[in-house]
Ligand binder design. Sequence first.
Ligand code: XMP
Ligand code: MG
Length: 188
Amino acid sequence: MENNMSKDIEKILFSEEQLKNRVKEVGAEISRDYRDKNPLLVGILKGSIVFMADLIRAVDIPCQIAFLSVRSYGLKAASSGKIDMDGDIDYALGTRAEGRHIILVEDILDTALTLNTVSNRIKELNPASVKICALLDKQVQRNIDLLADYKCFDVENEFVVGYGLDYAQNYRNLPYIGVLKREVYSGD
Ligand code: XMP
Ligand code: MG
């Protein structure tokens, strides 16, 4: 389907169909691993929202959801290395993390700085466990020792958008994941 966003996309990496099928598989894995554990799935805003919406419908055991607002990229296409995450986490989650089995749901694990910070802050609240579920895993830039416990796909060192992922807050509503043309962000 042609639209005015697709002209900025170099190539489609994962189609709607591929995303649907893979998210179902990961949802089934989580359902199997967390039976009787009533996990709390915590989506990292805003990038995780589309993934989260599909993932929870692929999980067929009782679970709860919450969201945390974390910001690392600003408007640029490269990691700023700075994580804004202030305040009372339990309050932000709307529920207590203590004793809960937490699954952090992230759009993409890149340097892993974001999730390392978030998971360390959550661990201070004495949850029963903390695991990471990433839609995409971009391992090339990782110098922190942090791996995704669940992931849908690996990606190379390319800037990807769509299915929740943005560039300067745009493209989140593309139903597929694509590589953004370099000329779109080459000014950064
Ligand atoms: P770190 O480096 O902390 O970064 O693991 C995670 C956050 O950075 C954003 N990010 C991207 N966003 N396309 C995007 O739209 C990308 O290729 C990309 N790489 C990293 C993303 O917000 C993620 O939560
Ligand atoms: Mg994000």
